[in-house]
Write a protein that binds this ligand. Structure first.
Ligand SMILES: [Zn+2]
Length: 85
């Protein structure tokens, strides 16, 4: 087996699991947290992972707007970019 095929970067894994979610779950177009977005227009929302470990479990993903998704991933703000001086 070629060695290269054994290596998958975290971003590749992230990408694969998001494709899998999109295949099995349909977006409503509205953020399940704050209600932002339009029904039938999936461009305002993205799939957010609740547990943070990207399980292949559909219940582990919720539809959120970018703002709520960011708050879920970084409850205290981004650890690197928004560190107070
Ligand atoms: Zn939202």
């Amino acid at each position: 087996m070629p060695e290269a095929s054994l290596r998958t970067s975290p971003s590749m894994r992230y990408d694969a699991i998001h494709k899998w979610v999109r295949r099995h779950k349909e977006k409503v177009g509205i953020c399940s947290q704050c209600g932002v977005g339009y029904a039938g227009s999936p461009f305002h929302t993205e799939w957010a992972n609740i547990s943070g470990i990207y399980r292949r479990e559909l219940d582990d993903y919720i539809e959120l707007c970018k703002s709520c998704h960011f708050k879920l991933d970084y409850p205290d703000g981004h650890p690197n970019q928004f560190k107070p001086k």
